[in-house]
Design a protein around this ligand. Structure first.
Ligand code: NI
Length: 386
């Protein structure tokens, strides 16, 4: 089977590279992936693969049935690009000004199409059903994953796999982390209000600026920047007074991240409590509004260990790495809260040929050879898990 998958990956590689380049050249922002969806549909139709479209907007779900119906494994690729002005000199760089595939979702979509082609060819060789989820809007709240779940994509699914490119590993390697892997991410908004007024007349005004400063410093004492499994960081502090005017309102914006849903609740309550208590010391009032982002991404331990073992079979032991937890967030987390999930990383950098830029940067690129490896692994994992 390994040999058969490898030869299929070789056979479809050029087609998959061409798809990725076409997507890279025509990136679309979150929930606007119209041309992307059209290309996906065209590719699936060209191989007579059954699909449903217009799910959560531009989402597409393809289904490949093996010799029996159960179990059902879902594979997910995200489709959207970022509002970044591309600065690479690739011949297929973005023609959509200010939009760029800087997170590798072009490669995810192309690889999942390649995987669909291979699994479709091999469908009399496995039992079970494979659902290929082409998902819009990973980069934008509330996340396309949550909308697709609402439309029922997971209803008949036993487990889900997601593969994401990763410039921190070289092309040829993959990485796994069993258990909680990526953090939840919520947006923190705090408004401190008091009587504004003349800086030189403290008796006639409050000091919302001082109260807000104390809130930031107290919270950073409680949740220090380095160490621990919680991030609480403020990136915006707007006090729009002037030399001799203390403003009546100060607005703070920050991010709050953790791996544990209980800790997430506790953190949220504590931010509210600390803000209100400090504001009142200064005769001010504080309101805190925490906009819910993605939950934490939890890799099912058994499933992830199995996947890592299968990856070793196909790549060799030394090419499969154990990864540290990340404080960044990913909307695949929504799926991982519903069914056993494994989200792993595909190494894509190649410093020798200058491919080393990080994700979400204007010169991000991948070594396309990684896509052949990615297709091979996800196909092999899927067939072995069925
Ligand atoms: Ni991404």
């Amino acid at each position: 089977m390994r040999q058969l998958i490898k030869s299929k990956c070789d056979a479809y590689f050029d087609e998959v590279v061409a798809i990725r380049r076409q997507l890279h050249q025509h990136p679309e922002l979150s929930f606007c992936e119209k041309e992307t969806a059209e290309l996906i549909k065209k590719c699936l139709a060209s191989k007579n693969i059954e699909f449903q479209s217009d799910i959560a907007g531009t989402g597409v779900v393809a289904t490949i049935k093996g010799v029996s119906v159960r179990p059902t494994i879902a594979l997910r690729a995200d489709m959207d690009a970022l509002p970044i002005h591309e600065t690479t000199d690739l011949p297929y760089r973005s023609v959509n000004e200010g939009v760029m595939h800087a997170c590798g979702h072009d490669a995810h979509t192309a690889m999942l199409l390649g995987t669909a082609f291979i699994l479709n060819d091999l469908r009399d060789k496995f039992s079970g059903t494979i659902k290929l989820i082409f998902q819009p809007g990973e980069e934008k709240l509330p996340g396309g994953a949550s909308l697709m779940i609402k439309e029922g994509v997971l209803d008949d699914v036993d487990l889900i796999i997601g593969q994401h490119v990763y410039p921190d590993l070289p092309c040829g390697e993959v990485g796994f982390h069993a258990g909680p892997y990526m953090a939840s991410s919520d947006e923190v908004n705090i408004t401190v209000k008091g009587r504004g007024g003349h800086a030189a007349k403290p008796a006639e005004r409050d000091n919302a600026l001082l109260a807000a400063a104390k809130i930031v410093s107290k919270l950073s004492e409680l949740y220090p920047e380095k160490g621990g499994d919680v991030v609480l960081a403020f990136g915006s502090f707007i006090a729009d007074g002037t030399y001799n005017v203390i403003p009546s309102e100060v607005n703070l914006k920050g991010t709050m991240r953790t791996f544990d849903e209980e800790k997430r609740k506790a953190l949220k309550n504590n931010i509210l409590k600390v803000s209100k208590a400090i504001a009142s010391e200064y005769g001010c009032e504080a309101e805190a509004f925490i906009e819910q982002g993605y939950p934490s991404l939890k890799n099912d331990v058994k499933l992830t260990e199995k996947c890592a073992a299968f990856a070793k079979e196909i790549l060799g032991k030394d090419k499969v790495k154990e990864l540290p937890q990340l404080m960044t967030a990913e909307d695949f987390a929504w799926y991982s809260q519903k069914v056993p999930a494994c989200f792993y990383r595909l190494g894509t950098s190649n410093p020798e040929i200058g491919i080393k830029a990080k994700q979400h940067t204007s010169d991000f690129n991948i070594d396309e050879n990684a896509m052949k490896i990615g297709m091979g692994i996800i196909t092999y994992l899927t067939i072995n898990l069925l």
